[in-house]
Write a protein that binds this ligand. Structure first.
Ligand SMILES: Nc1ncnc2c1ncn2[C@@H]1O[C@H](COP(=O)(O)OP(=O)(O)OP(=O)(O)O)[C@@H](O)[C@H]1O
Ligand SMILES: [Mg+2]
Length: 331
């Protein structure tokens, strides 16, 4: 998709939370580009800064959070605006409409005291000014589109009457109400069991391909994103450490951390091997940023040079970069 003008370009995006006397640097200098219809996976261990980054794009951080950098967004009219500084009506128009978000816990997006169909209809009325009747029909159509069987009946049910998987489908229907150009899905399947996970991933993939919607899919699981992502950005301790086309990153990682994450995915690489044990060691604290390669303490390839200075992103192939001095030796 490199021929298409990007929908979104994040340039040097940093997110810091107030953390006592210092800032807690959750994401630092994150850059990526996303074309219309493209899926970017943000992958990394717990605490690597995936949600902090995704929430910055959706402008969901409160005023106490320090967000710097640029988020160049191409509007439907073809103009470029900076999402990071957008305010007032233009921001409201974008949020919930052009950019929609689906979180891990489907419960939190739905109001327990209203039938799901009513909640979607209400959103349609609010976003598109639909009549009551058109909104009710639109809600049923959206429930059908996300694969809920017998959608007209289900529309009248309350969230607690739906299974976890069906609830997450309803949340996705709600997210689609504004016909978003970008869907941000933050661990949308983590609360679901494995077979349902696969179904939701398939649904998202299907919707994305059919509607040409762009997607940022956040996950700690490289195995899950393998079938879904066009591009992958691997985050470690708040930094992107590797980025490139999904197939290339998965088949020939160029950062030892990506390699280690892949070794944690049994079905991808280790068939018949003992179960993966996770990556030994711990990620450095975001309160005390490491002034050199942040992965060095857990890295078998670490050399003295890795502990001397911060490592920049190095171009290792066209459209591919790694924050590793020894990327050529990653096997
Ligand atoms: N509201 C907050 N206030 C202070 N620190 C926060 C807040 N939210 C996240 N953090 C910290 O920021 C860092 C990055 O967190 P983030 O939620 O982005 O990680 P993540 O990659 O999404 O992890 P997970 O896989 O657990 O969801 C972590 O150290 C986390 O503790
Ligand atoms: Mg998260």
């Amino acid at each position: 998709m490199s021929g298409t003008a990007p929908l979104l370009r994040a340039e040097g995006l940093s997110v810091a939370f107030p953390g006592g006397k210092d800032w807690l640097r959750a994401a630092e200098d994150v850059s990526f580009a996303l074309a219309p219809g493209e899926t970017l996976a943000l992958v990394g261990e717990s605490g690597s800064g995936k949600s902090a980054t995704a929430m910055a794009v959706a402008r969901l951080h409160g005023p106490e959070v320090r967000v710097t950098g640029r988020l160049a967004w191409t509007t439907r009219e073809g103009a470029e605006v900076d999402l990071a500084t957008l305010r007032g009506e233009p921001l409201r128009r974008l949020r919930g409409r052009d950019i929609a978000v689906v979180f891990q816990d489907p419960g939190s997006a739905l109001d327990p005291v209203f039938p799901v169909g009513d909640q979607i209809a209400e959103t349609l009325r609010h976003l598109n000014g639909a009549t009551r009747r058109a909104a009710a029909e639109g809600a049923v159509a959206l429930l059908e589109r996300v694969g809920i069987p017998d959608p007209a009946r289900r529309a009248g049910e309350y969230p607690h009457q739906l299974s976890g998987g069906m609830r997450q489908r309803a949340v996705i229907a709600l997210a689609l109400a504004g016909q978003p150009r970008l869907l941000i899905a933050d661990e949308p399947t983590t609360a679901l069991d494995v077979t349902i996970q696969a179904q939701i991933v398939e649904l998202l993939q299907d919707l994305q391909a059919r509607d040409g919607m762009a997607m940022i899919f956040v996950s700690h699981d490289l195995g899950l994103v393998a079938g879904l992502a066009h591009r992958i950005a691997v985050l470690y301790a708040g930094q992107v450490v590797e980025q490139g086309p999904a197939a290339a990153v998965l088949s020939a990682p160029r950062h030892p951390y990506t390699r280690a994450l892949l070794d944690c995915v049994p079905e991808l690489e280790n068939e018949g091997a003992p179960p993966p044990r996770g990556i030994p060691g711990r990620m450095p604290s975001p309160l005390r940023p490491v002034p050199h390669c942040r992965f060095a303490d857990r890295c078998a390839l670490a050399a003295p040079a890795c502990r001397e200075a911060p490592v920049p992103m190095l171009e290792v192939a066209p459209d591919r970069a790694s924050r590793c001095l020894r990327w050529a030796e990653v096997a």
